[in-house]
Structures are given as structure tokens and as C-alpha cells.
Design a protein around this ligand. Structure first.
Ligand code: GLN
Length: 484
């Protein structure tokens, strides 16, 4: 049962071939039996999951089911879940049990999806390897000595290892797409504002966006249908109508123009990864697409721009963790300053502290114009590069990452090399665009991803292209060995 996709589970439930309780129990049993190897979950509440599954079965019996009713999924531990700890991978929130659900969680619950548990992640979503989690590193199901990518590495590993058919993730600079690529699954970061951020622990508010991670584009579309839409409680969420993300999946690709940015195929990209991406592009060409060379001239500025803006926003967002209202509090504070400093010293890990220092510096009087303001100006140019390309093409394609997943520990002492892991994904967040990663091949037995970047609010087209690619290939159906 664990090999079924979301679409197959939905169909089986609809036809009464199995119940939600059976499906949920099967996944809980796999988590209990296998997750010791991967560490992909931080919290699992078996009895709550089974109770939700019973409710889903009752709802179906009463004729009130929708597409996802009874399908079990996992949530990244950045989404607030009422009554279930939401740690964000940090000691700071190790004891935090939210009194409310994030909008993403409540929408999926209303659709009838069952919550299996909360997945591991880099602390406060800062990282590309899942090694900064307070709860320990996640291991890649394809090779347990390799990282799963980050920061949604627990979600990616859980889906790849068939512990959950789908999971939620968040992407501030690549955290849905990069782990999806590293674990051989499919993930989509929607347009900024398409999915509500309410109840999603904030990292960099102008970049953060939640989205689905699953094994296929079709499954991502099913989840996005439930997740997307305006939320009056999130002032940055878009009021634009959503699309039916499954409606265009079967559209054929003739006439589709795909832009290939020269900057995404140059130095830094491993030759074997480039070969997989080229094969994937040929496949899309065979299905009727035309390939067009395009340029994103400000590409080399994306890493420095992101690493000013994201830490700046993080430093202000994380100022709320002061030991006063919720989260970690140091023992016996001597006075208010001692409370603040020891709480934050004890509660945050090294990478989070590094970001707070960089961000505070970039925002401080005297440096604001030189760093933060300048970065915002460059961000505008980066966004314009994409808009110029979209005058000529419908979507943009390239690699998701420079190479396959690296060994655990390989980059943990070298922040800059870790930051370069996201060299092809960061610009999308700076521009607010939707983008996805689709499994596109194996390099020495490890998965690599094809990245597809769309125009603002054109998620349906991206999912269509990805689905057509998955009709022609079987990379998304490959599973890591040793997990049966
Ligand atoms: N790896 C990037 C960072 O550490 C992106 C993380 C993310 O998308 N949450 O900032």
C-alpha cells in the first residue's frame, strides 16, 4: 500500500478497496519500522492520526468526501499544528505546542487529509542539508551516508522512503526543490502569495512560500488544489483566483517554448547532472516543445543578494524568541538582559546565530544603504531578467542543483560552499516566481532534478509540463533500494 501515489490512494478509497484507517495504519507502521534509519520525522502522533482516519472514513460513508479525504500526509515541522509540537527544528521551540493550525494545515484537514506527523528540517529552515536540525541530521534514503538536501529534507526523505505519499514543505531559497531533487521526488514552490503563510514559522517573510512535495506532478497538483488560495489572515496572500491545478495536466506540449538560461549550464554544474538535464530537455522537445537560449544577466548576483535579504529578514523575525511568551527560556535569569541573552544563546544553533549576526549587521544604521537597500535594488534587476525572458518563452528550464546529494558532513564547516548548493534556485524566490523540481535521472545511483520555472501564477502550466514529462519517463517511479 505504501507504493501507491496520492492519486491511487484517492481512487482506492473512493472505490472502497481500502479504508483510511488501513492506509494510515500501514504508513504509521512503516514509520515505526524504518524511520530509525532516516530520522525524517520529529513527531508522530499515532492515535491522533488514526482518529482523523476514522473521521475521514465516516465522512466518506456519509457521502461527504473530496479528492484527498482519508489520504495520509506529513507536514514539515514549520507548520503550526494545533495540539502537536511544532519545533521548526530548533531547541528554541522544542516545547512549543501551537494553539491553532496553520492555514495550509487547516485547508488540508478540511479536505480530509490525515496528518501522520511532523517532518525534520534544518533549524528555522536555514540550510541545504538538514544537518542543522536540533533533532539530528536526516539521512538520504538513496544512500544513508548522504544528505537528503534541505531545509525540507525530512519531508523529501519521508516521501522518497514511502513513509508518506506526500508532505508539505517550504521554500525560501530552494528548500522544496533542492531536497526534492536530492531524494528523487517532485516538489513545487508556488508563486509568492499563492499559499498562505499564516501559521508557517517565519524565516524571510518576503521569500517564504509553502508548497507540496510528492512523487509525481499529478500528486502535487492534487495537494496544491487544497493548499492554494487567498487567506484574509495573511495580508501578503494573493486575492487572485486559483486555477484547478489538475485540469491542464493532459494538455499537449506542442508550441511550448522553453528558455534555457546560458548561466544555468556553465561552470559549477557537474557534467553528469548536465547530461541528465539535456536528456530531459530532449524528451520535452520530442513532445513538441521548442528550446530557446535565453540569458539571466544578473545571475551571479543572486547568491550575495539572497544572503543579505534572507538574513536581514530572519534577524527581525527571530527577534520574537526572547524567552518571554513561549519557547525556550533559560533557568533563573538574573535580569531582563540576562533572560534575553542566555535564552537566545541556548536556544539557537550556530547557523541561526550566523544569520542573525549577518542580518543585524546588514540592517544597522550606516550599513543599511550599502547592504540591504542595495540588495533590494539588485533584487529588482534579477526579477526583471526573468520578466524579460518571459517575453520570449513560456517557461524556463535548467538543473535544480549543481550535482547530486553530497556526503553528510562534507559541507558543514564551509558555509559558502553550502550556500552555493542553491545557486539555481534562489533567484526564483527573489523574483517571487513559481518553480518545481522533477526527477530527471540518476548520477552514480543518486537522483538529480530538472528545474522548471514558470510565470507568476502559472502553476498549472508548470504542473502540465512536469506531468507530460512524467508520462514519457519513469524517473519519478524509481524508489531507493532496501526499503521494502
Ligand atoms: N538553503 C537556503 C538557506 O539556507 C534556502 C533555505 C530555504 O529555502 N528555506 O537559506
Amino acid at each position: 500500500m505504501h507504493d501507491y501515489s496520492v492519486a491511487e490512494l484517492a481512487q482506492g478509497l473512493r472505490e472502497g478497496r481500502f479504508s483510511s484507517v488501513e492506509v494510515t495504519r500501514a504508513h504509521l507502521q512503516r514509520i515505526a519500522a524504518l524511520d530509525e534509519r532516516f530520522n525524517s520525522f520529529i513527531s508522530v502522533d499515532e492515535s491522533a492520526a488514526l482518529a482523523e482516519a476514522e473521521q475521514a472514513d465516516a465522512r466518506r460513508a456519509a457521502g461527504e468526501a473530496s479528492a484527498l479525504t482519508g489520504v495520509p500526509i506529513a507536514h514539515k515541522d514549520i507548520f503550526c499544528t494545533r495540539g502537536l509540537r511544532t519545533s521548526c527544528g530548533s531547541k528554541m521551540l522544542d516545547n512549543f505546542v501551537p494553539p491553532y493550525d496553520a492555514t495550509v494545515v487547516s485547508r488540508l484537514r478540511e479536505a480530509g487529509a490525515v496528518t501522520l506527523g511532523k517532518t525534520n528540517m534544518d533549524e528555522f529552515a536555514m540550510g541545504s542539508s538538514n544537518e542543522t536540525s536540533y533533532y539530528g541530521a536526516v539521512r538520504n534514503p538513496w544512500d544513508t551516508d548522504a544528505v537528503p538536501g534541505g531545509s525540507s529534507g525530512g519531508s523529501a526523505a519521508a516521501v522518497a522512503a514511502r513513509l508518506a505519499p506526500a508532505a508539505t514543505g517550504t521554500d525560501t531559497g530552494g528548500s522544496i526543490r533542492q531536497p526534492a531533487a536530492c531524494c528523487g521526488i517532485t516538489g513545487i514552490k508556488p508563486t509568492y502569495g499563492r499559499v498562505s503563510r499564516l501559521g508557517m514559522v517565519a524565516f524571510a517573510s518576503s521569500l517564504d512560500q509553502g508548497g507540496p512535495m510528492a512523487r509525481s506532478a499529478e500528486d502535487c497538483a492534487l495537494l496544491l488544489n487544497a493548499m492554494a488560495g487567498h487567506d484574509p489572515l495573511d495580508s501578503t496572500s494573493s486575492t487572485r483566483d486559483t486555477q484547478d491545478y489538475t485540469a491542464q495536466l493532459e494538455r499537449d506540449l506542442s508550441g511550448l517554448r522553453i528558455g534555457l538560461p546560458t548561466q544555468y549550464f556553465g561552470e559549477g554544474l557537474s557534467a553528469a547532472t548536465a547530461a541528465c538535464v539535456q536528456d530531459a530537455l530532449r524528451e520535452l522537445q520530442a513532445r513538441g516543445a521548442t528550446l530557446v537560449d535565453v540569458s539571466l544577466p544578473h545571475s551571479e548576483l543572486t547568491v550575495p543578494t539572497y544572503y543579505i535579504i534572507a538574513p536581514a529578514e530572519a534577524s527581525t523575525n527571530l527577534s520574537r524568541y526572547d524567552g518571554v511568551r513561549y519557547g525556550h527560556r533559560c533557568e533563573d535569569p538574573q535580569d531582563l538582559l540576562d533572560l534575553y541573552t542566555r535564552t537566545r544563546e541556548e536556544g539557537f544553533g550556530d547557523e541561526v546565530k550566523r544569520r542573525i549576526l549577518v542580518g543585524t549587521y546588514a540592517l544597522s544604521a550606516g550599513y543599511y544603504d550599502a547592504y540591504y537597500k542595495k540588495a533590494q535594488q539588485v533584487r529588482r534587476l534579477i526579477r526583471q531578467d526573468f520578466l524579460d525572458c518571459f517575453e520570449q518563452v513560456d517557461i524556463i528550464a535548467g538543473p535544480t542543483t549543481p550535482g547530486p546529494a553530497f556526503a553528510l558532513g562534507a559541507k558543514s564547516d564551509d558555509p559558502v560552499s553550502m550556500y552555493l548548493e542553491d545557486v539555481y534556485t534562489l533567484a526564483v524566490n527573489l523574483a517571487g516566481l513559481p518553480a518545481m523540481s522533477v526527477p530527471a535521472g540518476l548520477v552514480e545511483g543518486m537522483p538529480v532534478g530538472l528545474q522548471l520555472i514558470g510565470q507568476h501564477f502559472d502553476e498549472a502550466r508548470l504542473l502540465n509540463v512536469a506531468h507530460q514529462f512524467q508520462q514519457a519517463t519513469d524517473w519519478h517511479l524509481r524508489a531507493p533500494g532496501g526499503i521494502d
